[in-house]
Write a protein that binds this ligand. Structure first.
Ligand code: PLP
Ligand code: COI
Length: 356
């Protein structure tokens, strides 16, 4: 794919205090754009100065949520080079999301080339401080200029990048999670397995209520029986119960997380007992009451590995591992971030060099 580059003649000053980056608030000097229409397919791949998009008020994405996105990070290694983590997994997943919403897919090689070219150009924006990275947000929006409901005829692929610190203000410290019993996020046959904006819109109300009550995020239950654990707003969940690590199976209504997949591979390679299956809330509550719930954590690109110290179910709150970081979470965090930041041997070949 040929990518035209228009350099930003007015580059912004880079953040000087990397400890204050927050998450997804500051953006780099450039962005990637590529257009699609039904007749010509993808065309006009270009990198341009970062700036506002100009959209027709009838744009499909604004009315019918035809939007799919991805999230991955570029990491600065100790030797100064920059690498990403399993970007072809993101390429596959954005295409699975796009197919579900009847949106155009992108050749995997082009998706990764676009990210590599943009991150390479903006590589001075990849932060250096411990725990920081460049969060990369690729997304596709439907851009037909019509409020009629019909098959999509045009789309825009965009990539923006944000130097970021930890996702939660707590950092790697345990978070408080609240089980949601009213709203549902997704159902089988719906779009739960995709990364589409609509899923996050459906989750917004419960998230706001949880936050008002002092919880970081919501733990979703299945949309049919309201019995089985699905995932958290931006993370897949894992529990260590009586020596075994259990995680909800990929049932079509939860996101197949790349961090989840990587952690399961790490755990299995390390000889840990791992089960992917239906996990009921009742099982977790019973384990907590019997002292068998040893640890719980969420995992995701933005959140990395995040211990859950407290789980609220109705008016009860269960403390997990004394509200402290447990040994399994600690080990996993070190292992996965060791590979991502290039501090330890990439024994699975997961990293992808961006800068030479
Ligand atoms: N579940 C949801 C709803 C998410 O938004 C995310 C974040 O991307 C995850 C799980 C974790 O997925 P990944 O590890 O691929 O980032
Ligand atoms: C990610 O982890 O990449 C996500 O997309 C989570 C997002 C809701 C910030």
């Amino acid at each position: 794919m040929e990518i035209k580059i228009e350099r930003n003649q007015n580059p912004a000053p880079k953040p000087t205090d990397e400890s204050k980056l927050g998450f997804g608030k500051v953006f780099t000097d450039h962005m990637f754009l590529m257009d699609w229409d039904r007749e010509t397919g993808w065309h006009d791949a270009r990198i341009v100065p970062f700036g506002n998009l100009s959209l027709h008020p009838g744009t499909t994405a604004l009315h019918y949520a035809l939007e799919v996105f991805e999230g991955l990070k570029a990491y600065r290694r100790a030797d100064g080079k920059v690498q990403t983590f399993r970007p072809f997994e993101n390429a596959k997943r954005i295409n699975n999301s796009a197919k579900r919403l009847s949106m155009p897919t992108i050749p995997e090689e082009d998706f990764v080339q676009a990210i590599d070219t943009l991150v390479d150009l903006d590589q001075d924006w990849v932060p250096h401080a411990e725990g920081t990275s460049l969060y990369i947000r690729p997304y596709i929006i439907g851009t037909d200029k019509s409020v009629g409901l019909h098959t999509l005829n045009s789309a825009l692929f965009v990539i923006i990048c944000a130097p970021s610190g930890s996702y939660y203000p707590q950092g790697i410290n345990p978070v408080k999670i609240m089980v949601e019993t009213e709203d549902v996020r997704a159902v089988r046959g719906g779009t739960g397995f995709t990364k589409c904006g609509g899923n996050y819109a459906a989750a917004q109300r419960a998230g706001e209520i949880a936050e008002e009550k002092g919880y970081t995020q919501v733990l979703w239950l299945d949309g049919v029986e309201r019995k089985y654990i699905e995932e958290v707003g931006s993370m897949n969940m894992m529990f260590k119960i009586d020596g075994t690590i259990v995680t909800p199976e990929l049932n079509g209504s939860i996101l197949p997380g790349i961090t989840r997949k990587s952690i399961l591979e790490l755990l299995r390679a390390d000889g840990e007992k791992v089960e992917e299956r239906r996990v009921s809330l009742e099982e977790v509550v019973k384990a907590a009451e019997n002292g068998k719930l040893e640890e719980a954590w969420g995992c995701g690109t933005a959140a990395v590995v995040s211990p859950v110290g407290w789980l609220a179910v109705g008016d009860k709150e269960y403390e997990i591992n004394g509200g402290k970081i447990g040994p399994t979470v600690h080990k996993l965090y070190d292992e996965i971030t060791g590979i991502q930041w290039g501090k330890s041997n990439d024994r699975f070949g997961w990293t992808h060099p961006v800068s030479k």
